[in-house]
Write a protein that binds this ligand. Structure first.
Ligand code: NAD
Ligand code: UDP
Length: 331
């Protein structure tokens, strides 16, 4: 059985569907601090399969131990964490406590029960402002906010853990910009309040909930002056986790992998693709750069292709189409 922490969240829910489709039994732990219980039934509906669910906080060690007592957990995918960059600057201690302490409790419990296979949700944010693109896994690591620092610190903790005990097998998955939704339109990204991220914001402009997108900067050194990112369909990203589980089951070590498409699209490319997907005009205005943003960020996904046997399949049209389908079905 695979334990999925944060399995009710955006990426976790899609990954649970892919794991169930691949024939894995799963258990989920989530405290719903950034997700909703309804997601669980949607995972069941899409997959046609059932699974165990524990409503608990990873910080509650006895609850985590209970999961390992009650189930034969062979590997863990660890999604649970707080992820809003701006909020992490406001409440850093909560970010360090929630993200790092929960990972320590999880790993201590895994060690206690002899489960030493782990797939961890890291982020391309650990590359900071890269000297060049595409970004390879061996590029220097650097962070600029507490959220990013939690990811980098956890990566280091997990590498140290492997050095201390070579039985561990750990995949550090560095995600680029996951967008889109399951094509059923049942699960997707549903942020509370005004979205921080580009595509959820564009979706709300398209559906009429928000007036106008602010494009943060049009004077970057990119093909149209707006920021360039490696947007990846969340289903492709989720399939990367199934491959990573297979990898950690068959080897040992602590290895980082980029999960991106290798192609960069600008903010205005996204606006155009979304307009095409929804058949509506997206109002936008050029606004000042957002502090902390970088010009360009996209992956070199070769290592993942070679070592995980994974690559992204879906293009930007499919990402926008599935995002729009989810948006109209859920607003
Ligand atoms: P999400 O917020 O949708 O999912 C995280 C889930 O973890 C939520 O369901 C939340 O309720 C749960 N959770 C948080 N803290 C918990 C705790 N202490 N105990 C139990 N459950 C807890 O986020 P997501 O977009 O699915 O991201 C998943 C992971 O991937 C996170 O670690 C995030 O930092 C990382 N990541 C996300 C992105 C992105 O753009 N979405 C990019 C890079 C990395
Ligand atoms: N962006 C924007 N307007 C928004 C939100 C984001 O122009 O309302 C831009 C942002 O400046 C960046 C890109 O869209 O260039 C992706 O931002 P997002 O927050 O989605 O992801 P990030 O790469 O910052 O994690």
């Amino acid at each position: 059985m695979i334990l999925v922490t944060g399995g009710a969240g955006f990426i976790g829910s899609h990954t649970c569907v892919e794991l169930l489709d691949a024939g894995y039994e799963i258990a989920i732990i989530d405290n719903f601090c950034n997700s909703r219980p309804e997601v669980l039934d949607k995972i069941r509906t899409i997959s046609g399969k059932d699974f165990k669910f524990y409503e608990a906080d990873l910080l509650e060690r006895d609850k985590v131990e209970q999961i390992f007592e009650e189930n034969e957990i062979e590997a863990v995918i660890h999604f649970a964490g707080l992820k809003a960059v701006g909020e992490s600057v406001q409440i850093p201690l909560q970010y360090y406590h929630n993200n790092i302490t929960s990972t320590l409790i999880l790993c201590e419990t895994m060690a206690k029960y002899g489960c030493k296979k782990l797939v961890f949700s890291s982020s391309a944010t650990v590359y900071g402002d890269p000297a060049s693109v595409p970004i390879r896994e061996d590029f220097p690591l650097h962070t600029t906010n507490p959220y990013g620092s939690t990811k980098l610190m956890i990566e280091q903790i997990l590498r140290d853990l492997y050095v201390s005990d070579n039985e561990w097998s750990i995949a550090l998955l560095r995600y680029f910009n996951p967008i889109g939704a399951h094509e059923s339109g049942l699960i997707g990204e549903n942020p509370n309040g005004i979205p921080n991220n580009l595509v959820p914001y564009v979706a709300q402009v398209a559906v009429g909930k928000l007036e106008c997108l602010s494009v943060f900067g049009d004077d970057y050194n990119t093909h149209d002056g707006t920021g360039v990112r490696d947007f990846i369909h969340v289903v492709d990203l989720s399939r990367g986790h199934v491959k990573a589980v297979e990898k950690v089951k068959s080897t040992s070590g602590a290895h980082a992998y980029n999960l991106g498409t290798g192609t960069g699209y600008s903010v205005l490319d996204i606006v155009k693709a979304y307009e095409k997907a929804c058949g509506r005009k997206i109002n936008y205005k050029i606004a000042p750069r957002r502090p902390g943003d970088i010009a360009m960020c996209y992956a070199d996904p070769e290592k993942s292709k070679k070592e995980l046997g994974w690559q992204a399949e879906y293009d930007i049209e499919k990402m926008c189409k599935d995002s729009w389908n989810f948006t109209i079905k859920n607003s």
